[in-house]
Write a protein that binds this ligand. Structure first.
Ligand code: FES
Length: 198
């Protein structure tokens, strides 16, 4: 254990969660991704403090976890807007107007489309983060976006302002366009599939 990690105080709930995650794998480093998700859910992003706490429990260097987090676009190593809108701009969505849809989200949130299209941008009020994104695996509802890890589509440009207004108001986002049972990686679990289990 590093000296820095040895000085890190670890909350009991984090220790219990990370130990439970490590118990699922023969090599405890395999728990790095779900442990980083845990921190991102708690703090809103992968904070240095959260990473040090996880590193202490996993007995790895914080730099190792930072290197894992920096590899994946869904992990954030700096603060971003409270609500995350990922607009798919890959081929199927692009052919159905995704660039304009991304622009409409940027107009609604007051963001620069070039910045949003290259790593993402957050609104001045801290409420909305918008980013262009690679294929989110929901090409059948192109053009689509992931809003707080739930999928919505097919979207029209006018929907962007409605969605951003709902996020700012803390209201439900366009339930009529939600893919209710299709969760995104790291998002909340959907309802159980009735075809499975007894
Ligand atoms: S191209 Fe947009 S979800 Fe696949």
């Amino acid at each position: 254990m590093s000296e820095a990690a040895a000085r890190t105080k670890v909350p009991g709930d984090l220790r219990a969660a990370v130990e439970q995650l490590m118990s699922r794998y023969p090599r405890h480093r395999s728990a790095s991704i779900p442990a980083l998700h845990w921190i991102q859910k708690r703090d809103g992003w992968c904070t240095p403090e959260g990473i040090r706490q996880v590193a202490e429990v996993m007995d790895v260097e914080p730099a190792y976890l930072e290197s894992v987090a920096s590899f994946y676009d869904l992990f954030k190593l700096e603060p971003v807007g409270e609500n995350r809108v990922l607009v798919c701009t890959n081929i199927s969505c692009w052919m159905r107007g995704a660039d304009d849809l991304l622009g409409a989200f940027c107009d609604a949130a007051g963001l620069d489309p070039a910045e949003a299209g290259h790593g993402g941008a957050s609104s001045a009020d801290g409420k909305v983060f918008v980013s262009g994104f690679e294929c989110l695996g929901a090409c059948d509802i192109a053009p689509m976006a992931s809003v707080n890890a739930r999928y919505f589509g097919p979207l029209e440009n006018g929907d962007a302002a409605t969605i951003v207004a709902s996020l700012r108001a803390g209201a439900d986002v366009m339930p009529e366009k939600a893919i209710a049972i299709r969760g995104a990686a790291g998002g909340p679990d959907g309802p159980p599939d009735p075809r499975l289990g007894g």
